[in-house]
Write a protein that binds this ligand. Structure first.
Ligand code: SF4
Ligand code: SF4
Length: 332
C-alpha cells in the first residue's frame, strides 16, 4: 500500500446519492481502489474519526466530501479532513452549493425543530420535546452533534480546491474528475470539474426553442404532457437549462422532466435563482401589472423552484452563524 495516494470520502448532510454515485463507478471503482489507498470511507468501511487524526497534516492526497454542512459533526470532520488533506473536493450539489438541504434556511432552526417534532400531523408532542445533544441514562451518556443555525455549502466553512457538481454527479464525470486529480495535472484551483456551458447549449430539445420566448401561461410539469422533442420553456414549463451548467448528460430531460438546476450555474451566471427569475420576468407576455402578478402567483413555491439547489450560496444568503466562532473557516 505504501506509495499509493491516500484518498478519503466523507458524507455530511445529504441523501446518500453521492455515495451511490461512487458505487456506480462499478468496475471503474475497482480500478480506482487499485490505484489509491482508501483510508477513510465510513459509509462503506469501518473507519473512525480517530483513524483520520493519526495522519500527519496533508498526508491524505485528496478528500471527497459530499453533503451540506448542517451539524457540528460536519463542521468538525470537514475541518479535520481539510487539515489532513492536500486537496479537498466538494462532491455533489449539497457540498458544492448547499443543495436541497439548504432549503431549510427558509426557516430558522427553532421553527424547523417545532415543525419536525411538534407540529406534524400524527405527532403527539404537547411539550415540544426536541432532540438533545446530551442525555444521561443509567447505561451511560448519549451525545448527538448539535445542529448549526444554518445549512452551508462546504466552501462556506473550509477552503475547497475543486468541485464536482450534480445531484448526484454522474459516473463519467466522477471517473474523469478522479483521474484528472490523481494524474497530478491539476486544473486551476477552484475549478468546477464539468463543462463551462449551459444545459441549453447542447440540449437535444434546443431546436424547438425559439430565439425569443413569450409566455402567456406558466404550466406545471405534473399537469401537462410535453412532447419528448419540445423545449420545456417554450411550452410554458419552467426549465432551469438556460442558467445551469452542462455535464449531467441531460438526465432529467431524457426522462421528460425539466431541469431543476442541480449542476449549479455556469461561470457566466452569478446567482442561478435570480438570473432565472429575471429571465422569466422578461418572457411573461403582459404589460399589465395585475396580470403579471396573477401569472407569478401560479408559481407555487418560487424559492424552492429557483433555488432548489443553491439557496445557501445565493447572493441573498445571510448567515446568523457568521458570528459563531465555531463555524468560521478553520477555527474549530
Ligand atoms: S430550456 Fe430546457 S428544454 Fe429548453 S432548450 Fe434549454 S435545457 Fe432544453
Ligand atoms: S437536467 Fe438539470 S436537474 Fe437534471 S440532472 Fe441535469 S443539471 Fe441536474
Amino acid at each position: 500500500m505504501a506509495g499509493k495516494p491516500k484518498v478519503a470520502f466523507y458524507w455530511c448532510a445529504g441523501c446518500g446519492g453521492c455515495e451511490e454515485a461512487i458505487v456506480d463507478l462499478a468496475e471503474d471503482l475497482l480500478q480506482v481502489a487499485n490505484e489509491v489507498d482508501i483510508v477513510f470511507w465510513p459509509v462503506a468501511m469501518d473507519f473512525k474519526k480517530e483513524d483520520v487524526e493519526t495522519f500527519k497534516d496533508g498526508e491524505i492526497a485528496v478528500s471527497f466530501i459530499n453533503g451540506a454542512i448542517r451539524t457540528e459533526e460536519h463542521n468538525e470532520m470537514s475541518f479535520l479532513l481539510r487539515k489532513k488533506s492536500r486537496l479537498v473536493v466538494a462532491f455533489g450539489s449539497c457540498a458544492h452549493l448547499g443543495g436541497i438541504p439548504g432549503l431549510a434556511n427558509l426557516s430558522d432552526r427553532e421553527e424547523l425543530f417545532l415543525r419536525l417534532y411538534g407540529r406534524q400531523e400524527g405527532i403527539e408532542n404537547p411539550d415540544n420535546v426536541v432532540p438533545k445533544t446530551r442525555v444521561e441514562r443509567r447505561e451511560g451518556i448519549i451525545t448527538l452533534p448539535g445542529v448549526n443555525e444554518e445549512v452551508r455549502a462546504l466552501n462556506q466553512i473550509i477552503d475547497v480546491d475543486y468541485y464536482i457538481p450534480g445531484c448526484a454527479p454522474p459516473p463519467n464525470l466522477v471517473k474523469d474528475a478522479i483521474k484528472t486529480i490523481l494524474s497530478g495535472e491539476l486544473p486551476p484551483e477552484g475549478s468546477i470539474l464539468a463543462p463551462d456551458k449551459t444545459l441549453c447549449d447542447e440540449c437535444p430539445r434546443r431546436e424547438s426553442k425559439p430565439e425569443k420566448i413569450f409566455l402567456k401561461e406558466i404550466k406545471r410539469i405534473s399537469l401537462v404532457d410535453v412532447p419528448q422533442d419540445r423545449c420545456f420553456l417554450a411550452e410554458g414549463v419552467f426549465c432551469m437549462g438556460p442558467v445551469t451548467r452542462k455535464g449531467c448528460g441531460e438526465r432529467c430531460l431524457g426522462a421528460n422532466m425539466p431541469c431543476r438546476g442541480c449542476f449549479g450555474p455556469s461561470s457566466y451566471v452569478t446567482d442561478q435563482g435570480s438570473k432565472f427569475l429575471s429571465a422569466v420576468s422578461s418572457i411573461l407576455e403582459t404589460d399589465d401589472e395585475e396580470e403579471a402578478a396573477r401569472l407569478s402567483s401560479t408559481v407555487l413555491d418560487p424559492a424552492g423552484l429557483f433555488y432548489m439547489f443553491s439557496l445557501p450560496s445565493s447572493l441573498g444568503a445571510v448567515f446568523k452563524d457568521r458570528k459563531n466562532p465555531n463555524i468560521l473557516k478553520g477555527s474549530f
